[in-house]
Design a protein around this ligand. Structure first.
Ligand code: ADP
Ligand code: MG
Length: 411
């Protein structure tokens, strides 16, 4: 709604040109589609030209007739949108095409359906796409052993009491009878538009909120029934990585202290061994030691996300809960972080609960998918089933909202 208000302000004086700078980058894909459709019909009606600035090439190609690709302050390529998408000339454009999550799922899908290997096809130096494909292949391989769920939700319900200002409160069911199992070493994606209850489910698992009914089991143990010490042990086994680590990393702590914090809280080892562990995880997330003395505001978004992952790994967890962990990153950095997560998963046999509103990312990282709508599970399946054969209208809408989903690619 805030974005719509801005659009109406922008259009109120009947301009000849509207400049929209990442107008929907912070919105989930279904809302994004509604806003951009709205913008398109308004500007067509009033014959207003639009400069649409975005980091997502799929979105750009879907919404614009002509593209101008910029790299380090220079125009490296320009022309009709579809031509550029289907036959990118400059290596940077090729990387953008390869890394756009909105396009990756489609590319993988078309290669799979033709039974060809992408590695052989993508000869345009598109290293990021090879990365994404190898992530997809690896996650299929690592699709865990179904007989040993590490995480199990059984009919989990969470009812919040919403204050009304008066003496009474209204109950609101944010998570409604949700059940799923996550086998060890695999990735469960929890998807749905914003407000569907995904983060609440994560908080229940992490015991940051108490459940109203049902039960959650980790390694077969009911987490609601754990004593204080057992809960502490559980917390070290299960680590969160949230969206926007800029908001979740303490700006007053340097990176070294930030990563060491969980080790200090859990009083693990002595000063020397903690230091060694910090260096070890830093290497695992491919950050140089020079970042240790720096502060969050001195790092890029991708580096901050690596720091958040390093901190999560410090305690050698079995489970990592990633809540919109790559949603705020631009596509190239997103591809790198997804690749890193897949590598860490196979190296360390990690189990991921991967929460996102962006189905494009799901195809490359997840083994199984649980689709939530208004707190309820509406669909649950393997990642291929959900993409190739969606069972519900809601899932089809989420898939259709992936920008660029209906543009034929020249692959
Ligand atoms: P998602 O992560 O899928 O966007 P959330 O789990 O954050 O969704 O929220 C689901 C619903 O529960 C939303 O309508 C939200 O307003 C509501 N909600 C979340 N936390 C609280 C809370 N502490 N009190 C009341 N309502 C809440
Ligand atoms: Mg959320």
């Amino acid at each position: 709604m805030r974005q719509r208000v801005l659009i109406s302000i922008g259009l109120s004086s009947h301009p000849k040109l509207l400049i929209a700078d990442e107008p929907t980058s912070a919105l989930d894909v279904t809302v994004q589609k509604v806003i951009l459709d709205h913008l398109e019909s308004l500007t067509t009606e009033s014959n207003t030209a639009v400069i649409f600035i975005t980091h997502d090439l799929g979105l750009a190609a879907e919404r614009a007739e002509n593209l101008v690709v910029m790299h380090r302050g220079r125009i490296v390529e320009s022309g009709p949108a579809r031509e550029i998408l289907q036959d990118p000339q400059h290596p940077y454009t090729q990387r953008l095409v390869a890394a756009a999550p909105s396009l990756a799922s489609q590319r993988i899908q078309s290669a799979v359906s033709r039974g060809t290997s992408l590695d052989a096809e993508e000869t345009k130096g598109a290293d990021a796409s090879v990365d994404l494909v190898s992530v997809a292949e690896r996650t299929v391989e690592s699709a865990g052993d179904a007989s040993t769920p590490v995480i199990e939700f059984r009919d989990v319900t969470k009812v919040f009491k919403i204050r009304t200002g008066g003496p009474r409160s209204i109950p609101f069911t944010a998570v409604d009878n949700v059940s799923f199992q996550v086998p060890k070493g695999s990735t469960m994606a929890l998807v749905g538009e914003s407000g569907s209850g995904k983060s609440t489910a994560a908080k229940l698992l992490l015991r940051l909120e108490d459940i109203t009914s049902g039960s959650i089991h980790v390694d077969g143990k009911d987490v609601a029934k754990l004593g204080k010490q057992e809960l502490m042990r559980l917390r070290s086994k299960m680590q969160p990585v949230f969206q926007d680590p800029y908001g979740s990393l303490d700006p007053l702590h340097n990176i070294g202290n930030t990563i060491a914090e969980p080790l200090n809280v859990h009083k693990l080892g002595d000063a020397a061994s903690r230091k060694a562990r910090v260096r070890e995880v830093l290497e695992q997330v491919a950050l140089p030691e020079t970042v240790l003395t720096r502060y969050p505001n001195e790092l890029s978004g991708g580096q901050r996300q690596r720091v958040a992952i390093a901190r999560a790994l410090a305690l050698k967890p079995e489970i990592v809960v990633l809540d919109e962990a790559v949603s705020a990153l631009d596509v190239l950095v997103q591809a790198q972080v997804l690749n890193l997560l897949a590598e860490l998963q196979s190296e360390l046999d990690l189990t991921y609960l991967f929460i996102t509103h962006d189905l494009a990312v799901v195809r490359v990282i997840a083994d199984h998918v649980t689709v939530m709508q208004r707190g309820k599970v509406v669909e649950q399946s393997t990642v291929d089933e959900v993409f190739d054969n969606p069972k519900t209208e809601y899932t089809r809408e989420l898939l259709a909202a992936i920008p660029g989903a209906d543009i034929p690619l020249g692959v």
